[in-house]
Design a protein around this ligand. Structure first.
Ligand code: PBG
Ligand code: ZN
Length: 323
Protein backbone atom coordinates (compact mmCIF):
# COMPACT_ATOMS: atom_id res chain seq x y z
CA UNK A 1 0.00 0.00 0.00
CA UNK A 2 1.20 3.49 -0.76
CA UNK A 3 -1.63 5.99 -0.74
CA UNK A 4 -1.80 9.74 -1.29
CA UNK A 5 -0.98 10.30 2.37
CA UNK A 6 2.51 8.86 2.33
CA UNK A 7 3.03 9.95 -1.29
CA UNK A 8 2.51 13.53 -0.16
CA UNK A 9 4.83 13.21 2.83
CA UNK A 10 7.92 11.93 1.04
CA UNK A 11 9.38 15.17 -0.28
CA UNK A 12 10.14 17.94 2.25
CA UNK A 13 9.35 20.69 -0.26
CA UNK A 14 5.98 19.15 -0.97
CA UNK A 15 5.41 18.86 2.78
CA UNK A 16 6.02 22.62 3.04
CA UNK A 17 3.64 23.28 0.14
CA UNK A 18 0.93 21.31 1.88
CA UNK A 19 1.32 22.96 5.29
CA UNK A 20 -2.11 24.14 6.40
CA UNK A 21 -1.24 26.21 9.47
CA UNK A 22 1.72 28.50 10.05
CA UNK A 23 3.14 30.28 13.04
CA UNK A 24 4.42 33.81 12.59
CA UNK A 25 6.13 36.38 14.79
CA UNK A 26 3.18 38.63 13.92
CA UNK A 27 0.87 36.33 15.90
CA UNK A 28 2.47 37.06 19.26
CA UNK A 29 1.75 39.41 22.15
CA UNK A 30 4.44 39.33 24.84
CA UNK A 31 3.45 39.92 28.49
CA UNK A 32 5.57 42.25 30.64
CA UNK A 33 5.33 42.95 34.38
CA UNK A 34 6.25 46.43 35.47
CA UNK A 35 7.01 47.73 38.95
CA UNK A 36 8.60 50.80 40.51
CA UNK A 37 12.34 51.35 40.97
CA UNK A 38 15.44 51.59 38.80
CA UNK A 39 17.40 48.71 37.26
CA UNK A 40 15.06 46.19 38.86
CA UNK A 41 14.85 42.86 37.07
CA UNK A 42 13.60 40.14 39.43
CA UNK A 43 13.26 36.67 38.06
CA UNK A 44 10.41 34.76 39.65
CA UNK A 45 11.19 31.17 40.67
CA UNK A 46 7.96 29.70 39.35
CA UNK A 47 8.41 31.30 35.91
CA UNK A 48 12.04 30.98 34.73
CA UNK A 49 12.81 33.68 32.16
CA UNK A 50 9.97 35.96 33.30
CA UNK A 51 10.78 39.07 35.32
CA UNK A 52 9.27 41.86 37.33
CA UNK A 53 10.95 44.89 35.79
CA UNK A 54 11.25 48.56 36.55
CA UNK A 55 10.23 50.93 33.76
CA UNK A 56 13.81 51.57 32.56
CA UNK A 57 14.29 47.80 32.17
CA UNK A 58 10.99 47.47 30.31
CA UNK A 59 12.13 50.23 27.95
CA UNK A 60 15.36 48.29 27.30
CA UNK A 61 13.40 45.08 26.87
CA UNK A 62 11.21 46.68 24.21
CA UNK A 63 14.33 47.46 22.18
CA UNK A 64 15.30 43.78 22.36
CA UNK A 65 11.78 42.70 21.41
CA UNK A 66 11.88 44.90 18.31
CA UNK A 67 15.20 43.38 17.27
CA UNK A 68 13.51 39.97 17.46
CA UNK A 69 10.59 41.22 15.35
CA UNK A 70 8.09 41.35 18.22
CA UNK A 71 6.02 44.51 17.99
CA UNK A 72 3.28 43.92 20.51
CA UNK A 73 3.24 43.69 24.31
CA UNK A 74 0.66 43.42 27.07
CA UNK A 75 1.46 45.25 30.30
CA UNK A 76 0.69 44.18 33.86
CA UNK A 77 1.36 46.51 36.78
CA UNK A 78 2.67 45.74 40.26
CA UNK A 79 1.90 48.78 42.41
CA UNK A 80 3.78 49.82 45.57
CA UNK A 81 0.58 50.35 47.51
CA UNK A 82 -2.64 48.40 47.52
CA UNK A 83 -5.97 49.29 49.10
CA UNK A 84 -9.53 47.99 49.20
CA UNK A 85 -10.59 49.55 45.87
CA UNK A 86 -7.28 49.47 44.00
CA UNK A 87 -6.98 53.27 43.77
CA UNK A 88 -3.42 53.10 42.37
CA UNK A 89 -4.92 51.80 39.13
CA UNK A 90 -7.09 54.92 38.78
CA UNK A 91 -4.27 57.38 39.27
CA UNK A 92 -2.67 59.19 36.33
CA UNK A 93 0.71 58.69 38.00
CA UNK A 94 0.19 55.01 38.74
CA UNK A 95 2.67 52.40 37.61
CA UNK A 96 0.92 51.53 34.32
CA UNK A 97 0.18 55.12 33.29
CA UNK A 98 3.79 56.11 33.99
CA UNK A 99 5.17 53.07 32.18
CA UNK A 100 2.95 53.77 29.16
CA UNK A 101 4.25 57.32 28.81
CA UNK A 102 7.90 56.28 29.14
CA UNK A 103 7.68 53.29 26.81
CA UNK A 104 5.80 55.29 24.18
CA UNK A 105 8.37 58.10 24.39
CA UNK A 106 11.20 55.64 23.69
CA UNK A 107 9.36 53.23 21.40
CA UNK A 108 6.38 54.84 19.63
CA UNK A 109 6.36 51.84 17.29
CA UNK A 110 5.56 49.24 19.96
CA UNK A 111 1.86 48.34 20.14
CA UNK A 112 0.89 48.38 23.80
CA UNK A 113 -2.11 46.57 25.18
CA UNK A 114 -2.91 47.01 28.85
CA UNK A 115 -4.48 44.37 31.04
CA UNK A 116 -7.43 46.04 32.72
CA UNK A 117 -8.25 44.60 36.14
CA UNK A 118 -7.93 45.36 39.82
CA UNK A 119 -6.53 42.17 41.35
CA UNK A 120 -2.95 43.48 41.35
CA UNK A 121 -4.11 46.71 43.01
CA UNK A 122 -6.51 45.58 45.73
CA UNK A 123 -5.26 44.53 49.17
CA UNK A 124 -7.67 41.55 49.10
CA UNK A 125 -6.51 40.45 45.64
CA UNK A 126 -9.96 40.23 44.06
CA UNK A 127 -10.68 41.72 40.65
CA UNK A 128 -12.76 44.69 41.84
CA UNK A 129 -14.47 46.40 44.76
CA UNK A 130 -15.97 43.99 47.30
CA UNK A 131 -19.64 43.78 48.20
CA UNK A 132 -19.56 43.36 52.00
CA UNK A 133 -22.70 41.23 52.06
CA UNK A 134 -21.87 38.90 49.16
CA UNK A 135 -18.16 38.80 50.12
CA UNK A 136 -17.20 38.87 46.48
CA UNK A 137 -16.77 41.50 43.78
CA UNK A 138 -19.55 44.08 43.39
CA UNK A 139 -20.22 44.03 39.66
CA UNK A 140 -21.55 47.50 38.99
CA UNK A 141 -19.23 49.59 41.17
CA UNK A 142 -16.36 47.70 39.52
CA UNK A 143 -17.74 48.52 36.06
CA UNK A 144 -17.56 52.21 36.86
CA UNK A 145 -13.95 51.84 38.01
CA UNK A 146 -13.03 49.81 34.92
CA UNK A 147 -14.28 52.71 32.81
CA UNK A 148 -12.08 55.13 34.77
CA UNK A 149 -9.05 52.82 34.56
CA UNK A 150 -9.51 52.39 30.80
CA UNK A 151 -9.48 56.17 30.31
CA UNK A 152 -6.33 56.52 32.45
CA UNK A 153 -4.62 53.96 30.23
CA UNK A 154 -5.84 55.50 26.99
CA UNK A 155 -4.73 59.00 28.06
CA UNK A 156 -1.28 57.64 28.92
CA UNK A 157 -0.91 56.10 25.47
CA UNK A 158 -2.35 52.57 25.51
CA UNK A 159 -3.09 51.29 22.00
CA UNK A 160 -5.57 48.62 23.10
CA UNK A 161 -7.42 47.81 26.31
CA UNK A 162 -7.83 44.22 27.51
CA UNK A 163 -10.28 43.82 30.40
CA UNK A 164 -9.65 40.56 32.26
CA UNK A 165 -12.00 40.77 35.24
CA UNK A 166 -15.00 38.84 33.87
CA UNK A 167 -17.53 41.41 35.11
CA UNK A 168 -20.96 41.33 33.47
CA UNK A 169 -21.42 44.29 31.14
CA UNK A 170 -17.73 45.24 31.20
CA UNK A 171 -17.39 45.79 27.45
CA UNK A 172 -20.32 48.22 27.22
CA UNK A 173 -19.11 50.10 30.30
CA UNK A 174 -15.54 50.43 29.02
CA UNK A 175 -16.60 51.28 25.46
CA UNK A 176 -18.86 54.07 26.72
CA UNK A 177 -16.18 55.46 29.02
CA UNK A 178 -13.57 55.43 26.24
CA UNK A 179 -15.92 56.98 23.69
CA UNK A 180 -16.99 59.77 26.04
CA UNK A 181 -13.37 60.61 26.80
CA UNK A 182 -12.53 60.87 23.09
CA UNK A 183 -11.01 57.42 22.61
CA UNK A 184 -13.43 55.98 20.07
CA UNK A 185 -10.47 54.68 18.10
CA UNK A 186 -9.03 52.50 20.88
CA UNK A 187 -9.97 48.82 20.43
CA UNK A 188 -11.01 46.46 23.21
CA UNK A 189 -9.65 42.93 23.33
CA UNK A 190 -11.90 41.20 25.82
CA UNK A 191 -10.80 38.30 28.00
CA UNK A 192 -14.25 37.14 26.94
CA UNK A 193 -14.06 33.47 27.92
CA UNK A 194 -11.85 33.19 30.98
CA UNK A 195 -11.98 30.14 33.19
CA UNK A 196 -11.37 29.91 36.95
CA UNK A 197 -8.14 28.02 36.37
CA UNK A 198 -5.35 26.62 38.53
CA UNK A 199 -3.03 27.32 35.58
CA UNK A 200 -2.78 30.98 36.70
CA UNK A 201 -0.75 30.02 39.80
CA UNK A 202 2.72 31.17 38.63
CA UNK A 203 1.29 34.44 37.25
CA UNK A 204 -0.04 35.30 40.69
CA UNK A 205 3.50 34.93 42.06
CA UNK A 206 4.86 37.33 39.43
CA UNK A 207 1.99 39.80 39.63
CA UNK A 208 1.56 39.43 43.40
CA UNK A 209 -2.17 39.13 42.84
CA UNK A 210 -3.39 35.96 44.58
CA UNK A 211 -6.71 36.53 46.37
CA UNK A 212 -6.22 36.74 50.15
CA UNK A 213 -9.43 34.76 50.76
CA UNK A 214 -11.76 32.62 48.68
CA UNK A 215 -11.30 32.21 44.94
CA UNK A 216 -12.49 33.74 41.67
CA UNK A 217 -15.27 31.27 40.91
CA UNK A 218 -18.07 33.80 41.33
CA UNK A 219 -16.77 35.74 38.32
CA UNK A 220 -14.48 33.47 36.27
CA UNK A 221 -15.99 30.52 34.41
CA UNK A 222 -16.47 26.91 35.42
CA UNK A 223 -13.96 24.83 33.38
CA UNK A 224 -16.66 22.22 32.84
CA UNK A 225 -18.92 24.47 30.75
CA UNK A 226 -18.69 24.53 27.00
CA UNK A 227 -22.04 26.08 26.02
CA UNK A 228 -21.60 28.84 28.58
CA UNK A 229 -18.07 29.47 27.26
CA UNK A 230 -19.46 30.21 23.81
CA UNK A 231 -22.26 32.40 25.20
CA UNK A 232 -19.77 34.45 27.22
CA UNK A 233 -17.78 35.36 24.12
CA UNK A 234 -20.87 36.02 22.00
CA UNK A 235 -22.15 38.37 24.71
CA UNK A 236 -18.92 40.39 24.53
CA UNK A 237 -19.22 40.50 20.75
CA UNK A 238 -22.73 41.95 21.14
CA UNK A 239 -21.43 44.49 23.65
CA UNK A 240 -18.86 45.72 21.13
CA UNK A 241 -15.63 43.85 21.79
CA UNK A 242 -13.19 44.09 18.87
CA UNK A 243 -11.26 40.89 19.65
CA UNK A 244 -12.33 37.89 21.72
CA UNK A 245 -10.14 35.62 23.85
CA UNK A 246 -9.99 32.17 25.36
CA UNK A 247 -7.92 31.74 28.50
CA UNK A 248 -6.22 29.41 29.39
CA UNK A 249 -5.43 27.86 26.02
CA UNK A 250 -3.90 24.40 26.33
CA UNK A 251 -6.69 22.60 28.19
CA UNK A 252 -9.29 24.59 26.21
CA UNK A 253 -8.45 23.92 22.56
CA UNK A 254 -12.03 22.74 21.97
CA UNK A 255 -13.35 26.09 23.22
CA UNK A 256 -10.97 27.99 20.91
CA UNK A 257 -12.42 26.04 17.98
CA UNK A 258 -16.02 26.48 19.19
CA UNK A 259 -15.70 30.25 19.49
CA UNK A 260 -13.85 30.50 16.19
CA UNK A 261 -16.85 28.85 14.55
CA UNK A 262 -19.48 30.79 16.51
CA UNK A 263 -18.07 34.28 15.85
CA UNK A 264 -16.46 36.11 12.95
CA UNK A 265 -14.40 38.27 15.31
CA UNK A 266 -10.63 37.81 15.61
CA UNK A 267 -9.72 35.46 18.44
CA UNK A 268 -6.81 35.47 20.87
CA UNK A 269 -5.59 32.51 22.93
CA UNK A 270 -3.80 33.22 26.21
CA UNK A 271 -1.05 30.63 26.70
CA UNK A 272 -0.99 31.20 30.46
CA UNK A 273 1.70 31.09 33.11
CA UNK A 274 1.12 27.51 34.26
CA UNK A 275 1.31 26.25 30.69
CA UNK A 276 4.60 28.08 30.19
CA UNK A 277 6.09 26.89 33.48
CA UNK A 278 5.16 23.25 32.83
CA UNK A 279 7.27 23.25 29.67
CA UNK A 280 10.12 25.13 31.37
CA UNK A 281 10.22 22.71 34.30
CA UNK A 282 9.96 19.67 32.03
CA UNK A 283 12.87 21.06 30.00
CA UNK A 284 14.93 21.60 33.17
CA UNK A 285 14.24 18.02 34.18
CA UNK A 286 15.46 16.91 30.77
CA UNK A 287 12.25 15.15 29.82
CA UNK A 288 11.26 17.08 26.68
CA UNK A 289 12.81 18.74 23.67
CA UNK A 290 11.74 22.19 24.85
CA UNK A 291 11.98 24.09 21.57
CA UNK A 292 10.05 21.53 19.57
CA UNK A 293 7.37 21.05 22.21
CA UNK A 294 6.96 24.82 22.50
CA UNK A 295 6.54 25.38 18.75
CA UNK A 296 4.17 22.42 18.49
CA UNK A 297 2.05 23.85 21.32
CA UNK A 298 1.90 27.33 19.77
CA UNK A 299 1.06 25.85 16.37
CA UNK A 300 -1.73 23.90 18.05
CA UNK A 301 -3.35 27.15 19.18
CA UNK A 302 -3.27 28.46 15.62
CA UNK A 303 -4.72 25.22 14.25
CA UNK A 304 -7.47 25.30 16.88
CA UNK A 305 -8.48 28.74 15.56
CA UNK A 306 -6.49 31.41 17.37
CA UNK A 307 -5.42 34.47 15.35
CA UNK A 308 -3.36 35.92 18.19
CA UNK A 309 -1.29 34.14 20.85
CA UNK A 310 -0.43 35.87 24.09
CA UNK A 311 2.61 33.96 25.25
CA UNK A 312 5.64 34.12 27.54
CA UNK A 313 7.39 31.97 24.91
CA UNK A 314 7.23 34.79 22.33
CA UNK A 315 10.92 35.74 22.48
CA UNK A 316 12.17 32.17 22.28
CA UNK A 317 9.72 31.34 19.53
CA UNK A 318 10.67 34.47 17.58
CA UNK A 319 14.35 33.46 17.67
CA UNK A 320 13.50 30.05 16.25
CA UNK A 321 11.14 31.44 13.60
CA UNK A 322 13.74 34.00 12.51
CA UNK A 323 16.46 31.44 11.91
C1 PBG B 1 -5.83 39.35 36.02
C2 PBG B 1 -5.14 38.35 35.16
C3 PBG B 1 -4.72 37.05 35.47
C4 PBG B 1 -4.06 36.56 34.36
C5 PBG B 1 -4.11 37.54 33.38
N1 PBG B 1 -4.80 38.64 33.89
C6 PBG B 1 -4.78 36.30 36.74
C7 PBG B 1 -6.05 35.86 37.33
O1 PBG B 1 -7.13 36.01 36.75
O2 PBG B 1 -5.96 35.39 38.45
C8 PBG B 1 -3.41 35.20 34.26
C9 PBG B 1 -2.31 35.09 33.25
C10 PBG B 1 -1.44 33.90 33.38
O3 PBG B 1 -1.65 32.98 34.20
O4 PBG B 1 -0.46 33.89 32.63
N2 PBG B 1 -7.18 39.18 36.19
ZN1 ZN C 1 -8.14 40.32 38.02
Amino acid sequence: MFTRFRRRRLNPILRDLLTETTLSINDFIYPLFVRSGKEVKNEVASMPGVYQMSIDEVVKECGELKSLGIKSIILFGIPDVKDSVGSEALCEHGIIATALREIKAAHPDIFITTDLCFCEYTDHGHCGVLDPVLETVDNDITLKNLGLQAVVHAKAGADMIAPSGMMDGMIIAIREALDEAGFKHIPIMSYSTKFASAYYGPFRDVAESAPSFGDRRSYQMNPANRREAILESLEDEKEGADILMVKPALAYMDIIRDIKEASRLPLAAYNVSGEYSMLKMAAKAGVIDYERVMLETLLGFKRAGADIIITYHAKEAAKLLQS
